[in-house]
Ligand binder design. Structure first.
Ligand SMILES: [Cu+2]
Length: 290
């Protein structure tokens, strides 16, 4: 390397180091400067309704589920490769920095662990409640009928801190990936209920009000309590499957409402689940945010 090239390379390294430090400083500084800001990540979904109403400047992080580890906790799946079309015991655990399996979880939405599965093309949604073994690990019988790469979300709360950690599962075989369906205001649940969605304020960074109106054969359907609310909603972003913070807001007649903050423009898939006549229904919508 010539002396000139050497100096250029050295300068480039300096730029990288200091540029990176400046970026990191910029990202970290606001938190250090405002002690209350650091608590935002710790704000549980349950307290959001009360605290968020009086302190809208410090809303909880609307995006979760992009990391396999956060806040000294890590999601570990025993066997991330599944056989297609076979029911098998999916076992996973949450471990701390010493590798110890966590045993204590808070109850949120009536359960201590919520397991969400979705293929990368946002098909194959499943919402399961695994059982905990004496060693703290979680397991659930899982069957995936289509090959591909799946996202596994472990949604839980530990020491009053809500967490959504995620990792990938694989099902080997020919994969028939499907494009995301175009946005439509109406869809049918897997059990034949008609659901209409209305989204008010679905703009980046704002809290949108999502309302779902449910009918069956034209007659209004009032949902039964499911996981402590009139319904349960999971919202995932197309592209990276970011898992949005969503909370129930209202239930009136045959309508259930949720507050959700879409962090960016783009398309999202909404998975609504509700209970009626003792059965859980699932229905999905594409939501465009611009
Ligand atoms: Cu759940």
């Amino acid at each position: 390397m010539s002396p000139g090239a050497r100096i250029a390379a050295f300068v480039a390294v300096l730029v990288l180091v200091f540029g990176g430090a400046a970026l990191a400083g910029g990202a970290i500084e606001p938190r250090g400067a405002d002690p209350s800001a650091g608590n935002d990540d710790n704000m549980s979904g349950e307290t959001h309704a009360e605290e968020g109403a009086t302190d809208t400047a410090h809303a909880p992080d609307p995006v979760r589920g992009l990391a396999v580890a956060a806040d000294d906790l890590r999601l570990v799946v025993d066997e991330p490769e599944l056989r297609r079309g076979r029911s098998s015991d999916l076992r996973f655990r949450i471990v701390d920095t010493r590798g110890e399996t966590l045993r204590d979880f808070d109850v949120t939405h009536e359960k201590r662990m919520h397991l969400i599965l979705a293929r990368r093309d946002l098909t194959g949604f499943q919402h399961l409640h695994p059982t905990q073994g004496a060693d703290g690990s979680w397991s659930a019988p899982v069957r995936l009928d289509d090959a591909g790469s799946y996202r596994l979300f472990a949604d839980f709360s530990h020491e009053d801190t809500p967490q959504t950690l995620a990792t990938d599962l694989r099902v080997d075989g020919d994969t028939d990936l499907r494009p995301l369906p175009a946005p439509r205001p109406a869809a049918k649940s897997d059990g034949g209920y008609d659901v209409r969605v209305s989204a008010e304020g679905a703009h980046p960074g704002q809290e949108a009000e999502l309302r779902f109106t449910i009918t069956r054969d034209g007659a209004p359907v009032k949902t039964e309590p499911y996981l402590g609310a009139g319904g349960h909603l999971v919202a995932l972003r197309e592209g990276d499957l970011a898992f949005l913070h969503v909370h129930p807001t209202e239930q009136s007649r045959n309508t259930v409402g949720f507050g959700a903050t879409f962090p960016t423009e783009g398309r999202y898939r909404l998975f609504l689940q509700f209970k009626h006549a003792g059965r859980v229904q699932t229905v999905a919508f594409t939501q465009e945010v611009s």
